[in-house]
Write a protein that binds this ligand. Structure first.
Ligand SMILES: *[C@@H]1O[C@H](CO)[C@@H](O)[C@H](O)[C@H]1NC(C)=O
Ligand SMILES: *[C@@H]1O[C@H](CO)[C@@H](O)[C@H](O)[C@H]1NC(C)=O
Length: 316
């Protein structure tokens, strides 16, 4: 009898423990999307979707960063429908390879890659790289584009003013840690970190083999861009900061450069500006030359006629 009661209580204990375990497991496997705050999740097994058009739901994998193409579609959709994004209009300024077009409504492959031709729902189309950034002049719907991989991304940012100047080695370690823990980027892809302490400027080069298709540098660059410029795309809105020797260092003014396996084919605006400048200078030089020539000639003529006049005088 006593033995049986013992057995019974131990069974009950087991059941209670099992119940507790199930509860804990259920709570921790809460259906939500870690890597995308706008995603909605539902069901068992937990599936998450992102609204990318009216009634168009894109299934996303929240165990990794969401492809940039899906994110841009979602942003366009939200911007059109007055949902909060605060992401339109943040055009980067300078030079080539910077995404000067800003956001558009992209066409994505099923796996989230950008289609090589993009038209933004218009008749005007252009070629993009694997980061979805325009790499050709704009053309019509018949434009021919091939898929081109962005194998090198340069992230240029400033750190916010802090008391102690960070040193390069500490900064590099901090960057490696946060890029790995926040975006899952392995250290091997950080090819170089440069630091100008006076300008507070940090340059991070992310590079992979041109043939490497296992990592998509555009995703983490996009997440980082949003982290620094606007708000995190993650569900948890922890601020992005680099831990430098125990001090959190925040970033600002981020600029992203893209380098493709093949050079872009667009007429670079800077180049056009340069060419115009050269043409203007050449024209000016020619004009000045002509003027000088004109005055020299006139002076010579004047001298000549004066001399002639003098000659005439002496003759008479
Ligand atoms: C979005 O908001 C603007 C003003 O904030 C308003 O003019 C516009 O009609 C709104 N559009 C939609 C689709 O609600
Ligand atoms: C795409 O179209 C939207 C309007 O639908 C426009 O605001 C945006 O500037 C366009 N983007 C590009 C890169 O053409």
């Amino acid at each position: 009898m006593l033995v049986q009661r013992n057995k019974l209580t131990s069974k009950m204990k087991d059941i209670i423990v099992l119940c507790l375990l199930a509860f804990v497991a259920g709570a921790s496997a809460q259906c939500s999307c870690r890597t995308m705050k706008w995603a909605t999740c539902d069901g068992t097994p937990c599936t998450c979707t992102l609204l990318v058009g009216t009634g168009v739901k894109q299934t996303v994998n929240c165990d990794q960063l969401i492809p940039k193409c899906f994110l841009m579609k979602a942003e366009m959709y939200r911007a059109k429908n007055n949902l909060s994004t605060r992401s339109i209009g943040g055009k980067p300024v300078d030079t080539a390879f910077v995404d000067n077009d800003g956001i558009y409504d992209p066409e994505c492959e099923n796996d989230g890659r950008f289609k090589a031709v993009q038209c933004n729902n218009t008749e005007t189309c252009w070629c993009v790289n694997s980061a979805g950034v325009r790499r050709s002049d704009k053309g019509d719907k018949n434009i021919k584009c091939e898929p081109v991989e962005t194998y090198w991304v340069r992230l240029e940012m400033k750190h916010k003013p802090i008391n102690n100047r960070p040193d390069l080695a500490q900064l590099k370690t901090g960057l490696q840690n946060i890029l790995s823990s926040r975006y899952g980027l392995q250290a091997q892809y950080i090819s170089e970190v440069q630091f100008d302490a006076d300008g507070r400027l940090i340059v991070v080069d992310l590079k992979k083999d041109k043939a490497d298709r296992t990592v998509d540098l555009s995703r983490m660059s996009y997440y980082l861009e949003k982290d620094v410029k606007v708000l995190p795309l993650f569900r948890e809105q922890n601020k992005f900061s680099v831990d430098v020797n125990g001090n959190p260092v925040e970033m600002e003014n981020i600029l992203v450069y893209y380098v493709d396996e093949k050079a872009p084919t667009f007429t670079m605006q800077r180049l056009t500006g340069g060419v115009i400048a050269v043409i203007v200078v050449v024209i000016l030089v020619v004009l000045v030359g002509l003027l000088v020539l004109f005055f020299v000639r006139r002076q010579e003529k004047a001298k000549y006629s004066k001399a002639q006049a003098r000659e005439m005088e002496t003759m008479s």
